[in-house]
Design a protein around this ligand. Structure first.
Ligand code: SAT
Ligand code: MN
Length: 596
């Protein structure tokens, strides 16, 4: 155990309140992972997949009430209400704590309380950050084993006095003496679920859900919501971005970070196989990026995670062969179809099995016309298994970022790629980011949802202050040390409704232009919205595209852009007084340029 007295006292406090039958301090070992896996298979909570084709893989099925993050039950309980801003739910911290303590009272009866010391980032890296999660879910423990670095080594770094984020989790399903457990314990009443953050005291309290970001507290709760506040206070950036290494045919590499909202193919992009001969993309991370200014003045990034928690449906050898190769072993599947030969399947994976067991545990066949996997079914897989993981992905010093991409799904108006004139203009681009919805869960299909820097559900403080922090980062760095900023849109359609851009591995063509720009080559033209590739500057070689189609990808229609302005103004108005004046000025400047 640990000599860290405040940590021991914190665990003891929760033990007394939650009344578990036992306490287990996780050491992070393979033996621990195997023991918990076997226990869950024995209890019926998990199915072990075929050992030859899916070695050491498990399948779980969640309760139908517990299938995704619950944004409406997610709270930022800052001491001062205004600090949470208009985009977050808020409650006064003491009031929230009193309310939640009632739920936590006796909530672990009949269960084991697990203590998970974890590091977000390579253990001991100056960019990494330690947390400790308490949970009563062994499913959470094995997932945290994959998604973070867990165990004794973390306690060693923490020492006797180290700071850590306090992350408390319970599925909210106590067992009475003799009561049989269910496969997926949770509190099915949505009103009883809480995903709460206390940013001022670096605490997370989660209750009632066992799924994904609600329960694996190192991920969105710690690495984004709490870390964004730490980053603001300490002068760094905690972002919802993938990180890749891009290498040209001459062997020169740069590192690129990219923020896309959900359903824009972030994991696919992070593991892309470029169609351009000689170009190489390797993965550093697929979801979260922590960036700090290093001694050389440049912004160095780490992936704080150790695994991928990816959406299974849509993942295939066609859309993401490297993800498919990553998830062949040591992987946890949740809410996928179980096939008769003890494998897993999901929509768009390829030919479906004639029959199987769906995510709700019912007999299923493709002929039923119903989906077999839940649309938010997931795989949890170790990042080190990714065949294109960059060798330096665990470098404690991080990798220097040369370019940041923002983007969303837009059928019209927004060109394939636009370069920001400078950092402030790039922050403006990120602040107005939006994507058209493809799943009803996030809003009406086809409707534009503004999701600044893809941080809308993940920023732990006022979005206006968040933009101000980005601007401050720019003011405090030399221009040549800052990453260049780009806005991309892979999803533009022709007037006839056809995709204009093939996407996937062909996105490397856009990366090539960005590489050349960063290296001070690559020509560009000024437009009212920023710089676009000059004629002939984007490599279309080998693509069957007419000159008209190419032109359409890059067209900037002032009238269509003028029609965007009221929506942007409305979006800014919602953020209120704290919206930085510099961004209002950028908006006015855009307006003026579009008149001219
Ligand atoms: O469930 S997670 O928050 O980890 C993934 C997501 O919903 O973005
Ligand atoms: Mn994400």
């Amino acid at each position: 155990m640990t000599k860290h007295k405040p940590l021991r006292a914190w665990v003891e406090e929760w033990r007394a309140l939650c009344e578990p039958k036992a306490v287990h301090w996780c050491d992070g070992s393979q033996a621990e992972y195997d023991r918990l896996s076997n226990e869950m298979v024995a209890s019926g909570a998990a199915t072990r997949l075929d050992g030859a084709r899916w070695p050491n893989c498990l399948l779980f099925r969640s309760d139908p009430s517990d299938v995704a993050r619950v944004e409406e039950r997610t709270f930022i309980c800052s001491t001062i209400r205004e600090d949470a801003g208009p985009t977050n739910n808020w409650m006064e911290p003491a009031e929230m704590k009193a309310l939640m303590r009632k739920s936590y009272q006796g909530c672990m009866q009949g269960r084991t309380l697990y203590v998970i010391p974890y590091s977000m980032g390579p253990i001991g890296s100056p960019i990494a950050n330690i947390g400790v999660e308490i949970t009563d879910s062994p499913y959470v423990v094995v997932n945290m084993h994959i998604m973070t670095r867990v165990g004794t080594k973390v306690l060693e770094v923490l020492g006797e006095h180290g700071e850590f984020v306090r992350a408390m989790h319970s599925v909210g399903a106590p067992l009475a003496p003799g009561q049989k457990d269910v496969a997926w314990p949770c509190n099915p009443d949505i009103q009883k679920k809480f995903i709460t953050h206390f940013p001022d005291t670096r605490e997370i309290w989660s209750y009632g859900s066992g799924y994904g970001g609600n329960a694996l507290l190192g991920k969105k709760c710690h690495a984004l919501r709490i870390a964004s506040v730490q980053a603001r206070d300490e002068g760094w950036l905690a972002e919802h971005m993938l990180i890749i290494k891009l290498t040209n045919p001459a062997g020169k590499s740069i590192y690129v970070a990219a923020a896309f909202p959900s359903q824009c193919g972030k994991t696919n992009f992070a593991m892309m196989e470029p169609t351009l001969p000689g170009w190489k993309v390797q993965t550093i991370g697929d979801d979260i990026c922590w960036m700090k200014r290093a001694a050389d003045g440049r912004w160095h990034a780490i992936n704080p995670e150790a695994g991928f928690f990816g959406v299974a449906p849509g993942t295939s050898l066609k859309s993401n062969p490297n993800a498919m190769r990553t998830i062949q072993r040591n992987t946890i599947f949740t809410n996928c179809v179980l096939t008769p030969d003890n494998g897993v399947w999901w929509e768009d994976l390829g030919a479906p099995p004639a029959q199987g067991v769906d995510w709700q545990g019912k007999e299923w066949s493709p002929a039923s016309g119903k989906k077999g996997a839940h649309p938010n079914a997931r795989f949890t897989a170790p990042a080190r298994q990714c065949p294109v993981i960059a060798p330096e992905w665990e470098d404690p010093a991080g990798v220097p970022i040369s370019a940041i991409l923002f983007g969303g799904r837009r059928a019209s108006v927004v060109p394939l790629v636009t370069e920001a004139r400078d950092w402030q203009h790039g922050v403006f681009m990120g602040s107005i980011m939006g994507s058209e919805m493809t799943a009803a869960a996030f809003g009406t299909i086809g409707v534009l949802r503004r999701d600044p820097m893809a941080m809308l559900p993940f920023c732990g403080y006022h979005m206006g202050d968040y933009f101000a922090h980005w601007l401050k980062v720019g003011r405090e760095s030399r221009a040549e040390d800052l990453p260049r900023i780009y806005y991309v849109n892979w999803f533009r359609k022709s007037a006839e409704g056809q995709w204009l851009w093939p996407g996937f591995g062909d996105n490397a063509r856009v990366l090539k232009w960005i590489f050349e720009r960063v290296e001070r080559g690559g020509s560009a033209v000024e437009t009212p919205i920023g710089r676009l590739p000059a004629a002939g500057a984007l490599d279309f070689s080998g693509l069957d595209m007419s000159a008209e189609e190419q032109a359409e990808l890059f067209s900037v229609d002032p009238a269509a852009w003028r029609a965007e302005l009221p929506g942007i103004r409305e979006h800014y108005a919602k953020l209120g007084e704290r919206l930085p004046a510099a961004l209002r000025e950028e908006l006015s400047a855009l307006e003026r340029k579009l008149q001219g």
